[in-house]
Design a protein around this ligand. Structure first.
Ligand code: MSP
Length: 502
């Protein structure tokens, strides 16, 4: 992969039900990273999609009395439609039922076998059909239940092909030693490493019992275990996302896989081991985020406590939802969400702090200077708060700290609000002798607002586009986010960016 390339992925979502806010959360975070790196002028690829095979989908289809393919065709549409509604700028949407994906899965996993990492054996142990996960003794709740889904585990006894995961114990420990930033945040790195150090058991490569999946070329009585099929999406997509072009060289290995904490083991242990077995480079970073909680419980389809992202977008707009989720639920931690908290942030922060700052600034330039921002240098009093901001945001986003980066920007939104109050341009406007001072204040507000809006573009893409156009300075490249780097010229009045809801 070229140094200027950036490849970010979301997990691929199971099509066993409709999308909920938990899925929207990862897609939004990945989109913020993708947009930020495009602002830096990098070559970006952003992938999301649907996981359509395996037991979770098969069982859901059985419950509805339709085939897994019918269920997948119906539900994938909802996930595909959600991405643009969220304002996500994904470059491709993969389905694991794509013929090109399936062929590539067969090719890579055959190589794993040819490299001597597969053997036939009998699996005997506990399994969660919702997670599609063979649980080790350390991952089982009392009464042999699944710690994530709270359902009884099933006892499996199955003749399968196995992947020799145990052979990768040492290489994985070395990977973690060499790359202290392979998994973030630190607590998740420690969790993954302690799982590895606890001893790795071989894991099924194929399933005989489940017939909904990619068939095993050397043993047609089996399909590949759904997790291998699913994980490989990150790699296979590059080979066919652009017809007639193979993007693998350009983007592999991935820069960031963003995943929820329930799928840590697959991404930080199984996945790098499989890639090593196939002779492929491992991703640069896996960032593990927490759960959105409602009333203290994980929001999930199976628990039934889900919020519909489409409804939230209809009411408040995609930008408000993007902002709310990444601001309120610190990326990397669990956090509660509620309609009341959403409304609170919307009113206080988006409408009052940012929306009003924009409308006041434009209105004052209109009223006091006939709509032309004064062409004078900004107030040096702002330099201290704005200097080095680009670098600070870039550093945080290099670590996928999307909440911390947003907080840094928001502190400057508040700084500009204090600046207006301190300098009270409405008073200066009454004093002819203060005309020069008023010019500086108006120019500073316009310029500060422009800079912050460029920085906010990854979180608030639609709003940023509207506001930068109204400021007559549409360039949202990251380099434009320095005071004085561009000039606000003629401004245009705008409808409120975040209208109040009755
Ligand atoms: N299909 C697998 C992933 C395969 S990736 C190679 C899967 N799908 S899922 O639909 O069940 O979950 C997808 C992602 O959504 C996971 O990262 C999961 O953590 C995330 N979330 C599901 N519920 C969530 C919350 N309540 N909060 C935040 N994220 C949550 O697992």
């Amino acid at each position: 992969m070229a140094a200027s390339s950036f490849y970010v992925t979301t997990p691929i979502y199971y099509v066993n039900a409709a999308p909920h806010l938990g899925h929207a959360y990862t897609t939004i975070a990945a989109d913020v990273l993708a947009r930020h790196h495009r602002q830096r002028g990098q070559d970006v690829f952003f992938l999301t999609g649907t996981d359509e095979h395996g037991e979770p989908v098969k069982l859901a289809a059985e419950r509805e009395g339709i085939t897994p393919a019918e269920l997948a065709d119906r539900n994938y549409e909802h996930f595909k439609a959600l991405a643009p509604r969220l304002g996500a700028s994904n470059d491709f949407f993969i389905r694991t039922s794509d013929a090109a994906h399936m062929a590539k899965v067969q090719e890579v996993l055959t190589r794993v076998k040819d490299n001597g990492h597969a053997y036939e054996g009998v699996y005997e142990g506990w399994y969660c059909p919702r997670c599609a996960d063979f649980k080790t003794e350390r991952e089982i709740d009392p009464g042999n239940t699944c710690p994530i889904h709270k359902i009884p585990l099933t006892r499996e006894h199955e003749h399968n092909w196995f992947f020799r995961l145990s052979a990768f114990q040492e290489p994985l420990e070395r990977l973690f030693a060499d790359r202290p930033d392979f998994v973030r945040p630190q607590a998740r790195f420690n969790e993954a490493l302690s799982f590895i150090r606890g001893g790795l058991q071989d894991v099924s490569l194929t399933r005989r019992k489940v017939d909904w999946g990619v068939s095993v070329p050397w043993d047609p009585s089996q399909v590949f275990y759904v997790w291998w099929d699913a994980l490989l999406n990150y790699y296979t997509a590059l080979s066919y996302a652009r017809p007639g072009e193979d993007l693998t060289e350009r983007f592999w290995p991935a820069t960031f896989h963003l995943v929820g904490k329930d799928i840590l083991k697959f991404h930080t242990v199984y996945w790098p081991a499989l890639l090593m077995a196939a002779g492929l480079p491992v991703p640069e970073h896996v960032f593990v985020h927490g759960f959105l909680l409602m009333e203290g419980e994980k929001m999930s389809k199976s628990l039934g406590n889900v919020l519909d992202p489409f409804e939230a977008i209809d009411r408040y707009g995609a930008d408000a939802l993007r902002y709310y989720l990444l601001r309120d639920v610190s990326f990397g931690q669990d956090g509660s969400v509620s309609a009341a908290a959403f409304e609170g942030r919307y009113e206080r922060e988006l409408a009052n702090e940012y929306g009003n700052l924009a409308s006041r600034t434009i209105a004052m330039i209109d009223r006091y200077r006939g709509g032309e921002a004064p062409q004078v240098r900004h107030d040096p009093a702002l330099d201290e708060d704005f200097d080095g901001l680009i670098e600070q945001i870039s550093e945080l986003l290099d670590r996928a700290e999307v909440t911390a980066a947003l907080d840094q920007i928001w502190q400057r939104v508040r700084r500009l609000n204090r600046y207006v109050e301190e300098r009270a341009p409405w008073k200066l406007a009454k004093d002819a002798a203060a005309a020069g001072e008023l010019d500086v204040v108006l120019a500073s507000l316009a310029e500060g607002l422009r800079v912050l809006t460029v920085l906010l573009q990854p979180w608030l893409p639609q709003t940023a586009q509207r506001l930068l156009a109204a400021l007559g300075a549409p360039d949202h490249a990251l380099e434009a986010a320095r005071l004085g780097a561009r000039r606000v010229g003629r401004v245009e009045r705008l409808e409120p960016l975040f209208p109040k809801h009755g």
